[in-house]
Design a protein around this ligand. Sequence first.
Ligand code: G3P
Ligand code: CA
Length: 257
Amino acid sequence: MGKTFLLPSYAIIAHRGNSYYYPENTMLSIKNAVKSSVSMIEIDIHMTKDHELVVVHDEKIDRTSNGKGRVRDYTLRELKTFDFGTWKGAHFSNQHIMTLKEVFNYLANENICLLIELKCPHKYPNIVSILLDEIGHSSFPKNQVIIQSFSVKSLIQIAQFDTQISLGLLVKRRNFWLQNLKLKRYRKIVDFINPHYKSVNSRWIAKIHKLGFKTFPYTVNTFQTGLKMFNYGVDGIISDRPELMIDIKDNIIEAGT
Ligand code: G3P
Ligand code: CA
């Protein structure tokens, strides 16, 4: 069986959950993204010392918790003792790091897709097989998952293990035109090219579509930029402010079609 990912039209993707208002990558930010009726939630994955996949953006926990040090130097049990909410506001103090399994369980009955970013895969031996195993054993439907990464090497590895999972290549702004030259060869591996929004224009979007990719620019947080992206013809928008993007989509884009 091939890939069966069903792409919502004009996907609105809550970046690290509803992260403008709530502590990023926590259950609170995910719950609030679900409440906002987004089509997709983006999360970042690292791995603990005892090989649990956890949802956190940075390699170190210093910025988003009251702890210090690298995720991979702690067991899950140790990481769970830290507070991952207070940095965003004292009233968020009850937030703890989540495992990917917890996210899958929470979203299992929601009609929502999950965009999982594999962070620093070269630093975590076996992370690809552990991730695919967790996806395979979870009750969250595989055809509602996209794995994305800046690491082409990891995406190639995933494609070799699993031909059903949808994949996205993230492209940094400074690499954009360089990567652009190689895009055609990535078509056999990835389904989405997700660039920094400042690299995008309508000509590039047309080209990316002609090559058979879909595209979600990141991270679009203003009204003007959101409107511009929709008018360029992107397939979705990755945003810290998903409600603002939903507003543009419902009241300007779809109302005008
Ligand atoms: O989803 C794309 C975006 O998340 C990539 O950058 O640093 O926010 O993970 P970053
Ligand atoms: Ca990310």
